[in-house]
Design a protein around this ligand. Structure first.
Ligand code: IMP
Length: 430
């Protein structure tokens, strides 16, 4: 029996919600370990749609423990709002079912204010952030001036920390021509929200250590995707956390050996929201078609996603860097009806061939995809439940992807429905 980490292998939005839900239905503990409410995981269970941003997917299922680890940046107001929304859908959320790491850093009102002001100041160099203040909260964490969940228990100490933090940010906000943030108001608001979130706070590393020793199945639920990893992604057009599976350990307080299987969620084509390099982007009819058929609009911001061909170079890199053992391939049906399909197998840069995406921002903007063309299929793959239901050309497409990225498609998801899944290898029992 294994503990499993699920991460995105592209630029996020690979369809993690369904797979994570399916895995969390069989896990005992579900842990978020990075990111914040910039994520958006949609779950459809018995016809009810749940839209989660910060809460782990296990929350909607009875008898599971949901954990928000120290690697997550938590906006306490967004958290309470999400808890109330999900409660209104009939889900019971108590300190017995949800634990928030006491050492997690908080997103304060100053962070989205700064996120907005900085994006506006970037002009043409915009990152296209979700404006949730994610990057700013991580900056404060690393700068050692962050406010953590446990600080809410100590009002006077909290005020001192807040003062130091606001001296820094208000000077910047002033310089950017944006309104400053009031110390007393923030302090009062934090104390008020603290009363609501503190009952959920706990010592996550201890809880996970116990769960591990009791042989409980733990699912580590990643957000975003490998190419948005702050170290290994298309920097600076990335989010501000690590996405790699190793972060599941750091971001929750458990050793790396606690994770036995890493499942990389991978879309059968490529999408990206926000700015930054995207070598296989299609600004044509096919790109539009993928966007329409795949309903490619962001769950969190509603923004239209950019679409393109499958890029085996970035997924192969994610497999190696992220520690992915197998992929869950999603949204194959969006490719149904195309005469031919292209897969990017390498890049060309200044007349040279590359089998990886270089780190330089300049090089990333200039790489040209080298494509291989495969035959398309006319039959529908939507809802297929076994390989026998798939057209030969679709199987060829999957096999070629496996060959190019070096790991198997352990799971194939063929519609948003839970049962429309082809399981080749069970991540919990490898
Ligand atoms: P931030 O995480 O809000 O700072 O945004 C940084 C970049 O990550 C932007 O390009 C966002 O569009 C992207 N991003 C953040 N969260 C997600 C996600 O859940 N899915 C896809 N892209 C995301």
């Amino acid at each position: 029996m294994a503990n499993v980490a699920v991460i995105g292998s592209q630029w996020g939005d690979e369809g993690k919600g369904k797979i994570v839900d399916w895995l969390s239905s069989r896990a005992d503990v579900v842990v978020r370990f990075q990111g914040g409410h910039n994520a958006g995981h949609t779950l459809v269970i018995d016809g009810v749609t749940y839209k989660l941003h910060l809460l782990p997917s296990g929350i909607v299922r009875k008898g599971k423990l949901s954990v928000i680890g120290n690697g997550v940046v938590v906006n306490p107001w967004a958290l309470m709002e999400e808890i109330e929304t999900v409660r209104a859908q009939g889900v019971e959320i108590t300190p017995e079912t949800l634990v928030l790491a006491e050492n997690a850093n908080l997103i304060l009102p100053v962070h989205p204010a700064m996120d907005e002001a900085l994006e506006a100041a970037r002009g043409k160099g915009k990152i296209g952030t979700t404006k949730r203040g994610i990057g700013l909260a991580y900056e404060d964490k690393v700068a050692r001036r962050g406010i953590r969940v446990c600080d809410l228990r100590h009002p006077e100490f909290l005020k001192e920390k807040l003062e130091a933090l606001l001296v820094h940010h208000n000077a910047l906000l002033k310089g950017l021509g944006a309104p400053e943030i009031d110390l007393n108001q923030t302090h009062d608001d934090l104390l008020a929200i603290g009363e609501q979130i503190l009952p959920f706070s706990g010592v996550v590393w201890k809880i996970l250590d116990e769960a591990r020793h009791q042989q409980k199945k733990i699912l580590f639920e990643g957000a975003q995707g490998m190419m948005l990893d702050v170290d290994h992604g298309t920097y600076p057009f990335v989010t501000s956390s690590n996405i790699v599976a190793a972060q599941a350990a750091t971001g929750s307080g458990i050793g790396p050996k606690a994770i036995q299987y890493v499942l990389g969620i991978t879309k059968a084509y490529t999408t990206r929201v926000g700015a930054g390099p995207f070598p296989t982007e299609l600004n044509d009819e096919i790109g539009n078609r993928l966007g329409e058929k795949g309903h490619e609009f962001g769950t969190t911001t509603g923004r239209k996603r950019r679409c393109g061909w499958f890029d085996a170079v970035i997924v192969r890199q994610s497999v190696k860097v992220g520690g992915i053992d197998g992929i869950a391939l999603t949204k194959l049906d969006v490719l149904d009806g195309l005469d031919e399909l292209k897969i990017c197998t390498g890049y060309e840069l200044n007349g040279e061939k590359l089998d990886y995406l270089p780190a330089s921002q300049v090089d990333q903007a200039n790489v040209k995809p080298i494509y291989e063309t495969l035959e398309g299929w006319n039959e529908s793959t939507f809802g297929a439940r076994s390989y026998a239901d798939l057209p030969a050309a679709a199987i060829k497409y999957i096999r070629r992807i496996e060959e190019l990225i070096g790991v198997p498609a352990s799971v194939l998801s063929t519609s948003p429905e839970r049962d429309d899944t082809i399981l080749v290898e069970d991540p919990f029992f490898v």
